[in-house]
Each structure stands twice: as structure tokens, then as C-alpha cells.
Design a binder for this molecule. Structure first.
Ligand SMILES: [Zn+2]
Length: 424
């Protein structure tokens, strides 16, 4: 019996080894670099082959000077490699990763480098480090440290800006979620400008509750300055939500979360946000924060072009499962989510956005192209980033991946034409 089990295991290991060697072989032959003389200048060119994620046809992509310069359709071969090629993933809401907490005032640039490089392994080529409600000094300090990223040429291409979620949200239990009540306050434009200054004007997304004092003029001012405002952790009425969208709000932060467990079936903040097509929701499709049915309904109402996936991952994401002390509380990291056993509630998301891409295909039956676009093209469009699409002129942020049992397995990640991660 033992022998048989071991034999099966060895057999399985050999199968995995052969599959990985085959994938490595394909990647080596799908990525060719050569310097070309263009207008007398030596420009590094790379050629990448794979199956285009959007229509599942084989293509060859030529990258010059960090950008996509040509897309060549290839003949279908009998033995087409099952390696997909897609734009790199973009995560608009992530609080930390691999033990690095972006909201830790003792954070340093090396911590941030570690988080960026760990996220490259998950196919995330761009993300907005997200800070939640905290006291004034802490927010100033964290933004000052985070903004040092712009002096680091290696990782700065992956961080176009920051997301400030709070402190201008609902103080009401349930709606405030895990944000601590003592840090929640009404919007203060002068105070916000101090955060903006500390971040080197790189706060590009702000999550606000529209019903609190001064929120509507605050939304208008942010919009006039070109920031994107998202409604979140709120209990806004239909009228207030309409006013917020009129003032320029364009998104709903993790729709279905940051909401009390018990709400009125008619009068609650979900229906008006679903009804207003000006609001693009972000969804945490980790399989724990929303039920598959909620994801199906939100997706059917908003459609694949008007839905964005986020991880909302916390610092423990990526670490070994087990018990941890977080903010002085004992929490448990399962392989999929962070739980707070003392109150039997979720304490944070722990899965990278690549998992959410696989989940939404399973929950909604949407296709691979739509699922990837919800984590690349759609967020890129919201922030006018020259990313998120495989078309000429776009920055060459790409992922090569296989799909195993409905999950994306990232084989290679490319940022601005440079290979930053290879699985083998
Ligand atoms: Zn939140």
C-alpha cells in the first residue's frame, strides 16, 4: 500500500516535472531578445509568443523600448502551447503583502520593494498601495515613506499612485467595517492637501462616504483636481448617492462589503449604486467576501466593461497559514482569508487578484478575456494609464500564464518590456 502510494506520488512528481520542463522550454522559445538598429540607435527588442487571452489565437508580440510595437497573428499550429498572454494585472486596492503593511509608519523602501517583487510573482504589474483610516501623523508619515518609491527606477513603474480609503467614511458600526472609529472624521480639504503633499501629489483614488458632513463639496474638489472618487463604507440614500455621482464620484469601493449585516430591503445603499451606471463597482471576488450569487448579480447589472476586481489584500497575504498577532489581536490566516476568531468575522482578504480572476469566471461564466479585462483594461481606463491592453503603443506590461483547475498559474511577468519574474 505504502509502496503503491509512493509510486503514485513519484509518478505524479515526474508528471509535474515534465510539464514544468515543457513550459520552461516554451517560454525560452517564446521570448527572444535582440538589439536592433533603429534610426541609428540601438533599441532592445523582444519577441513574445503566446495565446492571446482575448480571443485564444496564437500571436507574436514585438516589444521595442519597453512598449508593444507590433502584434503579429500566427497560424494555428497543431500543438499550440497552452500558454496565455495577457496584460499585467492592476490592483486598485491592496493594503500590504507578504508581511509588509503599507500602513505601518516604520515601513521602509526595502519593505515596499519586497511587496512589489512578491506581487510580480502573482502577475500584478501595477497596484495602488492603499492606506485606511488612521491618525493624522501616521498618514503623513506613511505617505512620505511610500512616495520614496518614485525615486526607485526598478519598482516605480508598478506604482502609479495611492489609494486613500478613509478616514472620511461612515463612523457607524457595520458600515465602517474594520476601520477604527476613533480615526474616522468628516472630510477636511486642508488636511487632505497635507496628505497629497506628503504623497508627492500621488493620491489618485479616494474612498469617501457621501452622506457625511462636507462630503459632496469634497468629492467635487477632488474631481476638479483629476482624482477619482469612490463611494465606500457608507450608508448613503439614493438622493445622496445621486448627488455624489453628479459631483463626479465614479466608483463604488468593494460593493457589498463595508456595509452593515442588517439593512432595509428597499432603502439601502446597494440598489442606488447598482442602478447608477456612472458608478463602476470594485468587487472582492476571493470567494469569501461576496457570495457567488452576489458576484453574479453585480456582474450582470454592471457588465464586463463596468466592473473592476480588487484583492483588498492585507499584509498577511502571501505568508504561511497560521496564527498571527495583528494590531494587538490574535487573527488566523487560513490559506484563503484572514479570520478574527474572537468575533467570528473576516479580518481581511488574503488572496491576490489573480485568484479573483479565476473565481469570477467560475461564478459568472464570463470568458477569460472579460475576467482579465476587469483586472487590467478597466482599471487602466479609469485612471488613463497607458496599460491594460495588448495594443501597439501601450507599455509592455504582460503576463504569461497557464490555467490549471480554473486557477491562473503565472509563468512569467514583464514590466515595461523587462522580465521581472519567471516561474522556472
Ligand atoms: Zn474597506
Amino acid at each position: 500500500m505504502f509502496y503503491l502510494l509512493n509510486f503514485k506520488k513519484n509518478n505524479m512528481n515526474m508528471k509535474i516535472f515534465l510539464t514544468r520542463s515543457y513550459i520552461l522550454f516554451l517560454i525560452i522559445f517564446s521570448l527572444v531578445s535582440s538589439p536592433q538598429l533603429i534610426h541609428g540607435q540601438k533599441i532592445e527588442q523582444k519577441v513574445i509568443k503566446g495565446i492571446l487571452y482575448s480571443d485564444k489565437t496564437p500571436v507574436e508580440i514585438i516589444i521595442s523600448d519597453g512598449k508593444i510595437s507590433e502584434i503579429v497573428r500566427l497560424e494555428k499550429e497543431n500543438k499550440t502551447p497552452e500558454i496565455y498572454l495577457a496584460p499585467g494585472l492592476i490592483d486598485l486596492q491592496i493594503n500590504g503583502y507578504m508581511g509588509v503593511n503599507f500602513g505601518n509608519p516604520d515601513l521602509n523602501i526595502n519593505d515596499l520593494r519586497k511587496a512589489v517583487k512578491s506581487l510580480w510573482k502573482e502577475g500584478v504589474t501595477t497596484f495602488l498601495p492603499t492606506l485606511t483610516s488612521a491618525d493624522h501623523e501616521k498618514l503623513i508619515k506613511c505617505f512620505a515613506v511610500l512616495s520614496q518609491v518614485f525615486d526607485d527606477p526598478e519598482i516605480s513603474p508598478s506604482i502609479p499612485g495611492f489609494h486613500l480609503e478613509g478616514p472620511y467614511i461612515s463612523p457607524v458600526k457595520g458600515f465602517r467595517g474594520a476601520h477604527l472609529e476613533k480615526y474616522i472624521r468628516p472630510p477636511d480639504w486642508e488636511e487632505f492637501l497635507q496628505y497629497q503633499k506628503a504623497s508627492r501629489n500621488k493620491i489618485i483614488l479616494v474612498t469617501v462616504a457621501p452622506e457625511i458632513d462636507g462630503a459632496i463639496p469634497f468629492i467635487r474638489k477632488c474631481t476638479e483636481r483629476g482624482l477619482v472618487v469612490s463611494l465606500g463604507h457608507h450608508n448613503g440614500t439614493a438622493e445622496i448617492i445621486r448627488q455624489a455621482a453628479d459631483a463626479g464620484a465614479r466608483m463604488s469601493t468593494h460593493l457589498g462589503n463595508g456595509c452593515a449585516n442588517m439593512i432595509n430591503r428597499h432603502l439601502n445603499p446597494l440598489w442606488p449604486q447598482l442602478a447608477d451606471s456612472r458608478l463602476t463597482p470594485t468587487l472582492i471576488v476571493d470567494g469569501y467576501h461576496l457570495t457567488p450569487e452576489e458576484v453574479q448579480v453585480f456582474f450582470q447589472v454592471k457588465g464586463p466593461d463596468n466592473t473592476i476586481l480588487v484583492s483588498d489584500a492585507v499584509d498577511l497575504a502571501g505568508l504561511e497559514p497560521g496564527e498571527y498577532i495583528k494590531d494587538g489581536r490574535k487573527v488566523v490566516l487560513t490559506p484563503n482569508v484572514v479570520r478574527f476568531p474572537a468575533e467570528n468575522v473576516l479580518a481581511g482578504a488574503a488572496l491576490p487578484i489573480s485568484v479573483c480572476v479565476g473565481n469570477i469566471m467560475r461564478f459568472t461564466q464570463c470568458n477569460l478575456g472579460q475576467a482579465i479585462d476587469m483586472a487590467s483594461a478597466n482599471p487602466a481606463r479609469m485612471f488613463n494609464l497607458n496599460l491594460g491592453e495588448i495594443s501597439t503603443g501601450k507599455r509592455a506590461d504582460l503576463i504569461l500564464f497557464t490555467i490549471e483547475e480554473g486557477k491562473l498559474i503565472i509563468q512569467q511577468t514583464i514590466v515595461a518590456g523587462k522580465v521581472v519574474y519567471s516561474r522556472n
